[in-house]
Ligand binder design. Sequence first.
Ligand code: TYC
Length: 101
Amino acid sequence: MAQFKDDTLLAVQRSKLQPPPMFKVMLLNDDFTPMEFVVLVLQKFFAMTRERATQVMLKVHREGIGVCGVFPRDIATTKVQQVAAFARRHQHPLQCVMEET
Ligand code: TYC
């Protein structure tokens, strides 16, 4: 309750809204996509510095999968589609997937 000078009482209305669901966008390792191309993808579509992009690429290369970012559904969907289209255009098998956090 909030009490004002004139003794008005107002019940504090707690938000009934849930935060939007969030999605991890992840790259999968493969044996064919060049490392340099993956670094370029991470810079171009995930706004990473070259240093950060190289770290993430190497993590995916060593561990098989790695997170590029966490986004609301629409943005995550767009990133996955952009990476797929870019990889296809350059004839690389790079796979990008999303998963709810
Ligand atoms: N494993 C690839 C290579 O050795 C590099 C690579 C890294 C591919 C990350 C995909 O998501 C990937 N050329």
